[in-house]
Design a protein around this ligand. Structure first.
Ligand code: ZN
Length: 104
């Protein structure tokens, strides 16, 4: 009867989770926790739900406060080096509303 003595250490798998900074609160969090906004050709900003759109991107927490801060303070525009039109801003605000309404 042989008892297998496995003493070899388990390989430690370090999962590399990409991290990004929220432009509103400056916290560094897992990319998955954030919402990506991307500057599209033509100057507007879109919510990148897939996280894979090409273009200059910025990230916001899934927190209403960050969303508002990011949109209101012109931080998003600064980070993305673009300016948001009123329509564009409204669009993003609407997205934020949908996102956070009904939570709680
Ligand atoms: Zn944040």
């Amino acid at each position: 009867m042989t008892k297998r003595m496995s003493t070899s250490p388990q390989p430690v798998r370090i999962k590399h989770v990409p991290q990004r900074t929220c432009v509103a609160c400056r916290r560094v969090v897992d990319k998955r926790e954030l919402i990506r906004l991307v500057r599209v050709s033509g100057g507007g900003v879109e919510v990148d739900t897939s996280g894979k759109k090409a273009g200059r991107g910025a990230y916001l927490c899934r927190v209403q406060e960050c969303w508002q801060t990011g949109l209101k303070g012109g931080r998003l525009e600064h980070v993305l080096r673009t300016s948001l039109t009123r329509d564009n801003l409204e669009q993003l605000n609407a997205y934020g509303k949908d996102l956070f309404e009904g939570v709680n």
